[in-house]
Design a binder for this molecule. Sequence first.
Ligand SMILES: Nc1ncnc2c1ncn2[C@@H]1O[C@H](COP(=O)(O)OP(=O)(O)OP(=O)(O)O)[C@@H](O)[C@H]1O
Length: 355
Amino acid sequence: MAQPRFIRHHQLKGFGPESQSKLGQARVLIVGLGGLGLPVAQYLNAMGVGTLGLVEQDLIEYHNLQRQLLYDERDVGRPKLEVAIERLANQNRCTNLISFDTFLTKTNALRIVGDFDLVVDATDNFATRYLINDACVILKKPFVYGALHGFEGHVSVFNHDGGPTYRCLFPEMPKAEEVPDCNENGVLGVVPGIIGTLQALEVVKIVAGIGNVLSGKLLLYDGLTQTTQQIDIPVNPQNKKIKELLASYGASDCETAFSMEPEKFAEMVKRQKVQLIDVRNPNEYREFHLQLAKNIPLAELSSRLDEIDFDRPVYIICQSGTRSAKALARLRQERPNAAILHILGGMDKTVPLCL
Ligand SMILES: Nc1ncnc2c1ncn2[C@@H]1O[C@H](COP(=O)(O)OP(=O)(O)OP(=O)(O)O)[C@@H](O)[C@H]1O
């Protein structure tokens, strides 16, 4: 019997129960639950995509609320993933929501992506975008790309049905100095809503096999003039031959500011379990430490790497932030692709905020 929830899809010529059933069987991974990822998740969830994987480890901040409409003022300081799962489950209790409480990194990308039919890149940094592309090329999965720049947005579908990859468009990751500072880029609240919605539409078209998928085309949307343009992207066979993930993801990444403000970290430790390494001396640690912290003094760090789980984000703390910065530099050399952050201002700044 037709589910009343999807009756308008069933009635839609060119879609119908057959396409609805394809949505129901689909497994879609959304990386990032910010301005782009939320409209993608909300539409796909409402429309009956059977399984949604959600990858995110950020917390909700007040300045996110002008565009991240699934969250509200009560949620500031809470993990995006937790709130999104709560709200999406209320929106459609039939969806199989799979949460990945982590950032996508080189160490977890193939495992996570491998379980899904297609991936939506809803992140805000080049490192993750190249990582998603390369993982999708290796695993032969399409990915739906969205990006924002001022009042403009880009949408495309890569690695779909023999079509070009992201590296056919932009072969190499830009260098850090060529990338604008992520924290200084403004965005008009409604534009990610439009671009994310267009990404959701591409997912539906791919899954249902309808319409012309934006493969081999880059859609440019200009919010100020309400105009769109499509540019052809030729296939470059050279850029379709990725055999393994590279060592360099993270080189020009906004996430790889590699530090966290004590206010944000204090909220995080209040709400969830994090892997926290305290690199102070044992006597300082004995005197007082945060409950979750494991003590690996800076001098012993290189010889005790096996005690750290680099598949999970690693947070490093010391007394004032100096030794943790050194520890970060050391760990970055050892594990360039792991998610590692040090806490600015260390215990001095964090502890009063945790009390
Ligand atoms: N490697 C990654 N894995 C999972 N999520 C990621 C990764 N890189 C970035 N993200 C997430 O993608 C989302 C992008 O959202 P958005 O561009 O709206 O920025 P934001 O970080 O929420 O906001 P702001 O930059 O204003 O603080 C963020 O929630 C961010 O945590």
